[in-house]
Design a protein around this ligand. Structure first.
Ligand SMILES: [Zn+2]
Ligand SMILES: [Zn+2]
Ligand SMILES: [Zn+2]
Length: 265
């Protein structure tokens, strides 16, 4: 399984153009890995998890094309995870690709509602919709996909995280979410996930939130996953979806995360 991190920031990006905090100022000065685009992850060159508003710029910078993408999984309807125009650009006349493959779009209902409001036809965008609710399971030729109930956007309630098995490796994209509700753990037990990509939006912030994780919550999630064998001692863990308000510059953050056995995306 190959994974490309196309974006690793929370909704505001880093640097946030209206902000002069230490993290944003540092990113403007030193560039490189300090600059974080809104989140998106490309799996095996054919499956995209989330498509925030920086997708096209990220593709340009990282030499990625989406010509052969035939799966897109959206976790929830927040703007940093679904910028609908990214799909609109698949319509005829926007590109010269005559045989763009049909795109299986897996997403909760609130994302499908955004797509309806956008107005372009699924046929035009070559989309095939697969609406999911938490705890659904989809068995595609290339991937087994399970939607895991996230603790996020309580006013809509359909945010999900994704477990993906490509027959070779198993990965869990755990973003965005606070600490999972108790009813979630049985669905992850004994999965022995190879790669855990998990949010740490709130970074060094002390207080827990009920929509995101800080480093203390992240450690709790990892401990719990180890206890129920959702992950093992060999699981590779990457933290992502960092906010400029609560997360120090890349190098400093990497050092802090390294101490708890987590890689900084
Ligand atoms: Zn987000
Ligand atoms: Zn800032
Ligand atoms: Zn969100």
């Amino acid at each position: 399984m190959k994974i490309t991190f196309l974006g690793t920031a929370a909704a505001q990006g880093i640097p946030m153009p209206y902000c002069d905090c230490t993290t944003c100022t540092n990113a403007r000065k030193f560039h490189g890995q300090n600059i974080r685009k809104r989140c998106s992850y490309f799996v095996n060159d054919n499956l995209l998890v989330d498509m925030g508003p920086d997708l096209f710029a990220a593709c340009a910078i990282h030499d990625v094309d989406l010509i052969n993408m035939n799966y897109t999984l959206i976790t929830h309807s927040h703007l940093d995870h679904i910028f609908v125009q990214n799909l609109g650009m698949r319509a005829k006349g926007m590109h010269q690709q005559t045989n763009l493959p049909q795109l299986k779009l897996v997403a909760p209902p609130s994302v499908m509602t955004l797509l309806n409001a956008y107005g372009s036809s699924d046929k035009d965008m070559k989309l095939q919709r697969y609406p999911v609710l938490p705890f659904d399971c989809l068995n595609f030729p290339d991937y087994l996909i399970k939607s895991i109930k996230a603790k996020h956007i309580p006013n809509v309630g359909d945010a999900v995280n994704y477990f993906i098995d490509d027959g070779n490796r198993k990965v869990l994209f755990a973003s965005d979410t606070a600490i999972y509700e108790d009813r979630v753990w049985p669905y992850l037990a004994n999965h022995k996930i190879d790669l855990l990509i998990i949010e740490c939006t709130k970074g060094l912030k002390q207080d827990s939130s009920n929509v995101h994780l800080n480093i203390i919550d992240l450690q709790f999630m990892i401990e719990k996953m180890l206890t129920i064998h959702a992950i093992t001692e060999n699981t590779i863990i990457y933290a992502t979806h960092f906010s400029h308000q609560n997360c120090p510059p890349h190098e400093e953050l990497s050092e802090i995360l390294k101490k708890i056995g987590v890689n900084c995306a």
